[in-house]
Design a protein around this ligand. Structure first.
Ligand SMILES: [Zn+2]
Length: 121
């Protein structure tokens, strides 16, 4: 199952973060793009299963949807989309160069007795 291996991947990252800070992860936010084809409900289910019995058990997983960005190769217009099926908003062309949308990134982890650790700064 796609979501299951993704949940394991996220758990690995968060375990490292928790260890590094000598703390426990309470909640985490992951950014997913439409090309990752993640079903949020399944990811939450997988998260519960993967973290069961581990220090991450009971931590909350927040899913943040980020759009795919694509540049039209016909007219150069930039289009953003939340679905994996993108066509140019300006000219309707399907010849688009995708700049992003495969994202699956842990963007934030909230640790116990500590301030949020963010990747974004
Ligand atoms: Zn175009």
């Amino acid at each position: 199952m796609h979501e299951y291996s993704i949940a394991q991947y996220i758990a690995t990252i968060l375990s490292d973060v928790a260890q590094e800070h000598g703390s426990r992860v309470q909640a985490a936010t992951v950014a997913v793009g439409p090309m990752s084809m993640i079903v949020p409900e399944l990811l939450h289910e997988a998260w519960t299963a993967v973290t069961y019995g581990s220090p991450l058990q009971g931590s909350e997983l927040h899913i943040e949807h980020v759009p795919v960005r694509a540049t039209c190769q016909e007219c150069g217009h930039q289009t953003e989309s939340f679905t994996p099926f993108v066509k140019c908003e300006a000219c309707g062309s399907l010849r688009l160069k995708l700049a992003s949308g495969h994202e699956l990134q842990v963007v934030e982890a909230e640790l116990e007795d500590s301030e949020a650790v963010s990747d974004e700064s």
